[in-house]
Design a protein around this ligand. Structure first.
Ligand code: UTP
Length: 303
């Protein structure tokens, strides 16, 4: 079990906000958190917890909201199911069922009202304490073959302060993201973040570097979040707090960005969710060959 081998020193805690309303995915998300929607045969959130563990962060705090039962149950034992599979001698499925409960040391805190991502992160303050920590958005899926978080942790440990994940997007798409003004550094994949704007119009965007859902944060962010007024959409925005950190290094050290060029899916967006499923299913050893054959035929005949 990975929790027996936590990272030596440094960053060990991951916070996963999963309390949003998921309105883009209604009605599927009326009674089920969007993070529980399956991507092939695992809920999206399991990929995210696996990513944290793969980067050495096996102490995971999930920020939950409505319908939190499903999230908690997924990472807990299910003795009835395990017994039934044992009786049947179905070892393969038994171990798949046990994977999620053996993965990490899970903690939960409830965000009463979904008052924004910044507010969700602030709910983690008592658990995190005075150490840098990672934040992984529960609906943001980074392809397991394109590791990002370990590099972010490395940069934070070298440079101090906070680190955000950035991805270059089409200028027409920048209004969907937080956007960073950046300066180059000696590392090709690392930039210094000098300013951040939440969901800017393309004409006002300082760059096409979009902030995606991975962060390694200095705990100074909590004090800033406590004083951050609701911003865009009436929500307490994490981007607003990061903007303060980026504009005044004395508050909590510098803000760097690691530029990600791998595969990433926003599973809270229906189109991206479908793309994630098709791509990951095609590449699976067990399902891929048959699925690819069917998909090729479907595309040729129907498109
Ligand atoms: P989104 O911006 O995707 O918002 O949140 P949302 O409400 O979940 O989804 P839509 O836009 O209505 O479809 C980004 C991340 O922040 C979490 C979400 O769960 C998601 O992981 N979040 C957002 C919270 O935990 N609490 C909040 O108050 C808002």
């Amino acid at each position: 079990m990975n929790q027996l081998f936590p990272r030596a020193g440094g960053i060990s805690k991951a916070v996963i906000p999963a309390a949003g309303l998921g309105t883009r995915f209604l009605p599927a998300t009326k009674a089920t958190p969007k993070e529980m929607l399956p991507v092939v045969d695992k809920p999206a959130i399991q990929y995210v917890v696996e990513e944290a563990v793969a980067a050495g962060l096996s102490d995971v705090l999930m920020i939950t909201g409505r319908s939190k039962r499903a999230l908690e149950d997924h990472f807990d034992r299910n003795y009835e199911l395990e017994e039934a599979l044992t009786r049947k001698g179905d070892e393969a499925r038994l171990s798949r069922v046990q994977e999620s409960s053996d993965l990490a040391t899970m903690h939960y805190v409830r965000q009463g009202d979904p008052r924004g991502l910044g507010h969700a992160v602030l709910c983690a303050a008592p658990h995190v304490g005075d150490q840098p920590f990672a934040v992984l958005l529960g609906d943001d899926l980074i392809d397991p073959r394109d590791p990002l978080l370990a590099r972010m942790v490395e940069i934070q440990e070298r440079e101090g302060g906070s680190v955000v994940a950035l991805m270059e997007v089409e200028p027409s798409q920048i209004h969907l993201y937080g956007c960073a003004a950046v300066e180059a550094t000696a590392d090709g994949d690392v930039v210094r973040v000098t300013d951040l704007v939440e969901k800017p119009e393309p004409s006002e965007a300082p760059s096409n570097y979009a902030v995606i859902g991975r962060y390694v944060l200095d705990p100074a962010v909590f004090d800033i979040l406590r004083e951050t007024e609701p911003g865009r959409g009436g929500e307490i925005q994490l981007t607003d707090a990061l903007q303060k950190l980026a504009s005044d290094e004395k508050l909590g050290g510098p803000v760097h960005g690691v530029v990600f060029k791998g595969r990433r899916y926003d599973t809270g967006d229906r189109g991206d969710y479908l793309r994630a499923i098709v791509r990951l299913a095609c590449e699976r050893e067990d399902l891929g060959p048959d699925f690819r054959t069917w998909l090729r035929r479907y595309v040729n005949e129907e498109m």
